[in-house]
Design a protein around this ligand. Sequence first.
Ligand SMILES: [Zn+2]
Length: 313
Amino acid sequence: MSYAKGLQEVGDGLYAYLQPDGGWGWSNSGLIVDGEQTLLVDTLFDLRLTEQMLREMRRAAPAAARIDTLVNTHANGDHCYGNQLVGDAMIVASERTAQEMSELPPATMAALIEQAPQLGELGEFFLRCFGAFEFDGIELTLPRRTFSEELTLHVGARELRLIEVGPAHTRGDTLVHLPAERVLFTGDILFSGAHPIAWAGPVSNWIAACDQIAALDPAVIVPGHGALAEVAQVAELKAYFEYLYEQARVHYEAGETPLQAARAMRLDRWADWRESERLVVNVANIYSELDDKREPLDALTAFQQMAELASTS
Ligand SMILES: [Zn+2]
């Protein structure tokens, strides 16, 4: 299947909405329809993009004029800042996702964009990542129903399983699985063709999530970013993390900082993955697992170090 912008049918009444090139903020979403019932998997980063997506969904599936249920796979704004446009839906997320969601309100993003021109290298990088989005006027709309570990939902006659595999990318990452249709929406547990980013970690938990996905044996995977994927890409992600773990350990033992390690590391067969600046965040996360006196990078430090890595690589 091609990686084109917009809605693609991935099964009867099952859709993926893709936003190439899948870089910072350019997330995917999903729609599940059965008869008159609808469920949306994630909204987009701003209201304009989410409105455009909903319009295209209504054209393909008139029942999408009313979204009954919205599932947010995790707390990052590029998966939930559009929630207010389907504010009447039952919004569902893991308990940990719901908690995390209130911590980075859209107004903070709007303020950071405004200050960016005065922030030097960091500001430039931030604008390169997020300058295309419109954060003004967004009212954060939080989940109303939360769960831990697993929740089964129905859309018409279809059965869906929400499976919490976080903390990994964020604290409460959730997979949306349709066992009968063998379709899986992973949220940002999978970025296809790009480096993942372990905001929360631990990375070992993310490796376990890769095994869990393989055990579900989906035929089609809709990743949080990038082109549609298959289980083979999840195996590649697992191999990447295992490689990183091995490499990070060597650099850690040599006394290098995560930034020094990320600069020195050879990316082997993952060298063509996009957003390689995320490497420093992933390495720092592995360091925090190797050494419990270390914390994963906070968001500001993470962006500073990614900006530095991006400017030198
Ligand atoms: Zn995302």
